[in-house]
Design a binder for this molecule. Sequence first.
Ligand SMILES: [Zn+2]
Ligand SMILES: [Zn+2]
Ligand SMILES: [Zn+2]
Length: 146
Amino acid sequence: MATCISYEYDATTPDATWLCAFCERGPHAAGLGDLFGPYPLDTDCDEALDEASRRRAEGAAWLHEACAVWAPGLLAAGARLWGLAGAVWSCRGARCVVCARSGACVACRARGCRARAHVPCARGVWTLRDEDLHALCPRHATDTPS
Ligand SMILES: [Zn+2]
Ligand SMILES: [Zn+2]
Ligand SMILES: [Zn+2]
């Protein structure tokens, strides 16, 4: 798959890979908890990686469970994730309306609204319903009776 994805973080930063693939924050940032991973972004490959190749693995993703839950098209079943690569690429190109950085995986569900936000940015500002993953940006939160 040919992509023109450019990573916004500095590749020379030693711990750059230890950031959530979605919100680009580290473990325990903003109360998000541990990072899980690495998950191979090539979702067709399900062979187990040994420790050494994990560290070298390019295109491997770490993620907060809270961010993964909200990522579009991402399905988790046991230790495997489906749709991770697509979800990460789609979030990479989405700019957060709260902090203006990319990697926003929460999308406003209001019809026609293109607002996106990071999970930690959206908390407390957007209306987030974890039970059915219903998200509304501040502009639309009042449209729907809660
Ligand atoms: Zn995250
Ligand atoms: Zn944000
Ligand atoms: Zn909206």
